[in-house]
Design a protein around this ligand. Structure first.
Ligand code: 5AD
Ligand code: SF4
Length: 501
């Protein structure tokens, strides 16, 4: 104990509060000391790169990581080569995301050999898998820090541990030959579950005018193919007053569009002490001055209420876009997937929504190649695509995830068998989406300008309420503005147009 007290005192750790987020703000100060010393040693501001894999939830988490890194004195860079700190926020929903991480880690290893003071951290969904952590411990020993999805709020504290570990390193690391700079310990902190939600930590938004907002974490649905409930834990909702407070602050800071994030927003609020529905939350958010647009994702079809359809219909702010994952159109496969709706129920829901809100765009997710799926099952899915008339669909080839019920099912379908069905389905998705897009030709719609076009700097890119993109003449000063744009030429998934005064 005495040793620990000495250590804490020496490192300014003796007065760290137990309470969050105050505790993390204390660690931010401590981490800043280390980064300051690094800056002195390098003779320039240290750089950090945050790389995000996967979904919008991860993108939001990365903004939180970036928020901490900036506060402790790093500067952001897009270049991992230049960076002094690299963090990968990983995804494991399909195996190809994992493979990409391993591939890029190989590159980071050679970078670290050239630059021993480079710190490498891994976090996110992939790290919640035991087999992944084992593999990294064995084959990627140069990694400095691993943490998961449940303790991201502790990032500053974990960084201090990493810096302490490297203690003697910074001043001399560059001068010493690679591998001898200092002893190397990998810091690993993975939690299996948490019901803690820590509010009020720093965030660095990627866009000044729009922002994601977590309204809930985790998932209770256990679709049989999906690893998310295992790596993101049980569903828990944030308190409505915390969500409203965050959005009010964002509005005051110039945000006009918010995207409410949850694995299944339609079950928002059920586990709160004072339960409220997602539709009621939307009604409260609608009242916030300065917010012009509200989006949300994802909606599970089994939980989409009539109340939500009514609130969307009556709203002036909720965007005309609904992401409603189908996954499959075959009743047999839907049941094996544990989706808890049938093809007929899904189509009926789509009809009801379109009848209430005729200008709504509906998009979806589809999996092809689930265990036991036959070409006839895929025909059922194609039938739904035609009948539902999707404005866009994300199509995935089934990926076997260890630990999920589907991974243990017989009749896994080899990818070469899945391919032709997948290609056929994709073609129908594209044709349907083009048909839908063409319907908008000549209309004038409101677009939120997001950025200057990368290919042609005389154009800006705006997003319509229905989530479609339109490119039109404009400049940097238009970013963040809502403009009336005429949709002149349809190019499949996007339009070109011009501003209507
Ligand atoms: N294989 C392929 N696609 C998957 N998805 C989730 N799990 C898997 C898997 N094991 C898809 C679903 C989900 C989207 C985010 O990812 O379509 O809606
Ligand atoms: Fe995965 Fe299903 Fe939960 Fe979506 S609803 S995260 S597909 S388990």
């Amino acid at each position: 104990m005495a040793e620990k007290a000495d250590f804490d005192k020496k490192n300014g750790l003796e007065n760290i509060p137990e309470q969050e987020p105050q505790r993390q703000y204390c660690y931010i100060k401590l981490a800043a000391e280390y980064v300051k010393r690094l800056e002195e040693a390098l003779g320039r501001k240290p750089l950090c790169a945050v790389t995000t894999f996967g979904c919008q939830m991860n993108a939001r988490d990365s903004e939180k990581l970036a928020g901490i890194l900036l506060q402790i004195g790093y500067q952001m860079t897009d270049s991992e080569e230049e960076a002094d700190f690299v963090i990968y926020n990983t995804c494991t929903v399909r195996d190809n995301a994992n493979q990409r991480v391993y591939g890029r880690l190989g590159v980071l290893n050679s970078l670290k050999k050239k630059k021993p003071h480079l710190k490498i951290a891994l976090c996110g969904c992939m790290m919640q898998e035991e087999s992944v952590v084992e593999k990294i411990k064995k084959s990627y020993r140069f990694v400095d820090l691993i943490f998961g999805t449940h303790n991201i709020y502790k990032f500053a504290e974990l960084l201090v541990t990493v810096f302490e570990n490297a203690e003697s390193g910074y001043e001399t690391a560059d001068a010493k030959p690679a591998g001898h700079a200092h002893k190397h310990n990998m810091i690993i902190d993975i939690w299996q579950e948490t019901n803690r939600i820590i509010e009020d930590l720093p965030v660095n938004r990627k866009y000044p005018y729009k922002s994601g907002i977590n309204i809930m974490f985790g998932c209770n649905n256990f679709c049989s193919y999906c690893i998310v409930p295992y790596v993101r834990g049980r569903e828990r909702s944030r308190e409505p007053k915390e969500i409203i407070r965050e959005i009010e602050r964002l509005a005051a800071d110039g945000v006009v569009e918010v995207m409410l994030l949850g694995q299944n927003v339609n079950s928002y609020g059920r586990n709160l002490e004072h339960p409220i529905t997602f539709a009621q939350l939307l009604t409260e958010i609608e009242k916030i001055e300065g917010i012009k647009r509200i989006r949300f994702m994802t909606s599970h079809p089994k939980d989409l209420s009539d109340e939500l359809i009514r609130v969307m219909k009556e709203s002036k702010k909720i965007c005309r876009h609904l992401h409603l994952p189908l996954q499959s159109g075959s009743d047999r496969i839907l049941q094996a997937m544990n989706r808890r709706y049938t093809k007929a129920q899904y189509l009926q829901l789509v009809s009801k929504i379109k009848a209430a809100i005729p200008d709504i765009a509906i998009t979806t997710d589809i999996i092809v190649g689930f265990p036991g799926e036959t070409p006839e099952d895929v025909e059922e899915t194609i039938d739904v695509i035609r009948k539902a008339g999707y404005d866009n669909a994300f199509t995935f080839i089934y990926s076997k995830r260890t630990g999920t019920p589907a991974a243990a099912m017989e009749d896994q379908v080899p990818e070469e068998i899945v391919r032709p069905s997948f290609d056929k389905l994709l073609k129908v998705v594209q044709d349907t989406a083009k048909e839908r897009a063409l319907l908008l030709k000549g209309q004038v719609m409101e677009a939120l300008v997001e950025e200057v076009n990368e290919q042609d700097a005389t154009l800006v890119t705006g997003r319509l309420s229905n989530n479609m993109l339109v490119h039109f003449p404009g400049d940097r000063s238009d970013i963040g503005k809502l403009m009336q744009v005429s949709l002149d030429e349809c190019h499949g998934f996007y339009y070109t147009g011009h501003v209507r005064e």
